[in-house]
Design a binder for this molecule. Structure first.
Ligand SMILES: Cc1cc2nc3c(=O)[nH]c(=O)nc-3n(C[C@H](O)[C@H](O)[C@H](O)COP(=O)(O)O)c2cc1C
Length: 328
């Protein structure tokens, strides 16, 4: 796993399906990996903590069975939110190390200790950031690659345009970059590569799949919504995040007049988990969601769109070269 290029070469599409609280489950991760893209889930979805080992074993067994049947599954990733002095964090880290999780996605905090443990068995650490300052800190802490969570991403999102952040980070980092934020279609995957990313981080689009743990009403709301239905607010978790406006209305709140809360107190109280249940997270890429297919069918569609975009761009480049009289 140390060779990131080998990892990329083995994928059907340069996609990492991002970890989503209360949404990602083993069935979705297995379907993503066996479809040829990297699947992932946040450790906190496996509850109680002992359940994490059960999930990891289930995923490893399914991927092994796929390999034995002639498949070429992508590796999977697990998201660990770094919280110093948390019992659950220590136990989760030990469980990931024991199962040699191929890719660990770290968020918040300093990844140094996680990176040491994961590198010891040859795993890869990707740290998720929303600014160049955090990117530098993550690299100093031993992260192998960066996930740039840009404006419009579902859940906790940055406020920077991908054009700004990718270019800034590429000035000092040549390694693996995963780009996230409102990417729901095959053409956007190609656009992210043109911008300088190696992989895309795609979350919201996968909530509306058969395997996801989201309730049917949530999936239906995604199909009906467009980018203007997304509200960016720190109100519910203490950190700015994107949510579906109708879910806020259904909870009896006015999305345009949310009561002022003490965001530090919300974070400290840790009532984020309860809130996420009623208020549904989603990114600005919702406008590209028009159905709730099985994961495998969605990945087929993304590949078709991606190949069509490649051909279209190829044609445009040829036409412009011809117009300039450049030999093609
Ligand atoms: C409902 C929901 C829950 C999320 N939960 C997590 C999480 O637990 N950990 C995490 O690192 N990111 C989480 N995210 C953020 C995603 O990992 C990723 O940054 C985002 O989905 C990418 O943008 P997109 O949704 O526009 O594709 C969540 C996103 C959504 C929509």
């Amino acid at each position: 796993m140390n060779n990131f290029q080998t990892l990329l070469d083995g994928l059907r599409l340069p996609v990492l399906a991002s970890p989503m609280f209360l949404v990602s489950n083993p069935a979705m991760v297995i379907a993503q990996c066996t479809s040829g893209i990297i699947g992932s889930f946040p450790v906190l979805n496996a509850r109680p903590q002992e359940e994490l080992a059960v999930w990891l074993q289930r995923i490893a067994d399914a991927l092994q069975a796929d390999r034995a049947a002639g498949g070429n599954p992508a590796p999977y990733a697990v998201n660990l939110v770094i919280r110093a002095n948390s019992d659950r964090f220590e136990a989760d880290l030990e469980t990931c190390v024991a199962h040699r999780v191929p890719i660990v996605i770290t968020s918040l905090g300093d990844p140094t200790r996680v990176a040491e443990r994961v590198h010891a068995y040859g795993g890869l650490v990707l740290h998720d950031v929303t600014s160049a300052r955090h990117a530098r800190r993550a690299l100093a802490g031993g992260a192998d690659g960066l996930i740039l969570v840009c404006a419009g991403a579902g859940g906790h999102a940055g406020a920077l345009s991908p054009f700004a952040l990718v270019n800034e980070v590429r000035r000092f980092f040549n390694g693996p970059i995963v780009l996230g934020g409102a990417i729901s279609e095959g053409r956007s995957i190609l656009a992210a590569q043109v911008l300088g990313a190696d992989l895309v981080y795609m979350g919201t689009r996968f909530i509306a799949t058969r395997e996801s743990a989201a309730v049917d009403e949530y999936k239906a709301m995604l199909v009906q919504s467009t980018a203007s239905d997304i509200v960016y607010t720190p109100h519910f978790s203490g950190i700015p995040a994107n949510y579906l406006r109708p879910s806020i209305v259904n909870a009896g709140l006015d999305p345009d007049d949310l009561p002022v809360v003490d965001t530090a107190a919300v974070r400290a109280a840790g009532d984020r988990q309860k809130r996420w249940k009623d208020i549904w997270g989603a990114g600005q890429g919702v406008g590209g969601i028009d159905n709730v297919p099985p994961v495998a069918e969605l990945v087929d569609r993304l590949e078709t769109e991606y190949r069509a975009a490649q051909e279209d761009v190829g044609r445009r480049l040829c036409a412009s070269a011809l117009a300039q009289g450049t030999p093609t």
